[in-house]
Design a binder for this molecule. Structure first.
Ligand code: 0O2
Length: 207
């Protein structure tokens, strides 16, 4: 059984490794050209077998339909400093020729009831194997550092409650998510004001 899982997951492992290198490469290119990188850091993982099995049970997905119906067996996360960076990252992904976007889910405009915010892009990525090309689905989650802070902690608390928080905890988590989003908005405003001041300063110096 474990051997079967291993060979099933092998192309997903390959997709995650390759995409980690490629997406980290975007950040490097911005740095090399002395531009603000919309990407702060990139992580990736293949979903553990027990999480795959639990999710198929929870969502009623037959194991035979895993490849088409479970879109996040391979997952990448791209963390950004500012909310505005997220749309720039999505634009960069849309322009790429090494995979095809099959779905986008905007949980920033439409936050989840839990308070979760993130932009999800599902792509079909071709993996080259010794048996030929295999296309696998990969979910790329794009979020700010503050959204990631909230989601990481909420995810670890969720294990204790299995998604069923007592009402007051649920409300406090929602409020904490709003606080994280306010922080994102404030940081963007501060950045905007600093950029304006810098532009003024350069204009005066040029006169
Ligand atoms: P893990 O351990 O991160 O892999 P569903 O799972 O039913 O909500 P679906 O169709 O799988 O939805 O797609 P969706 O919602 O676009 O992506 C699910 C993934 O988004 C989750 O994967 C999490 O990574 C993240 N996510 C979604 N909602 C929340 C949330 O309320 N809190 C946190 N912390 N993360 C969330 P998994 O499989 O749940 O978990």
């Amino acid at each position: 059984m474990n051997g079967q899982w291993e060979s099933f997951l092998a192309p997903y492992e390959q997709a995650v490794s390759e995409l980690k290198v490629k997406l980290k490469g975007i950040r490097k290119q911005f740095e090399e050209t002395n531009q603000h990188s919309p990407i702060e850091f990139v992580t990736g993982r293949v979903k553990p077998i027990h999480s795959i099995v639990n999710k198929t049970i929870r969502k009623g997905i037959p194991l035979a339909n895993l490849e088409t119906e479970l879109q996040d067996i391979a997952g990448l996360r791209m963390m950004c400093q500012f909310v505005e960076d997220i749309k720039n990252v999505v634009e960069l992904l849309r322009k790429r020729k090494d995979f095809t976007i099959v779905e986008e889910r905007d949980y920033i405009t439409n936050k989840k009831n839990s308070g979760y915010r993130s932009y999800h892009v599902v792509v079909e990525y071709p993996v080259q194997t010794i048996e030929g090309e295999r296309k696998v689905l990969v979910e790329i989650q794009i979020r700010t550092l503050a959204m990631n802070f909230w989601a990481t902690i909420e995810h670890s608390l969720n294990y204790k409650y299995k998604g069923k928080y007592p009402e007051n905890i649920h409300e406090r988590l929602q409020r904490a998510a709003e606080a994280a989003f306010l922080l994102d908005e404030e940081m963007s405003l501060i950045r905007g004001e600093i950029q304006e001041a810098q532009a003024e300063f350069s204009k005066k110096n040029d006169q």
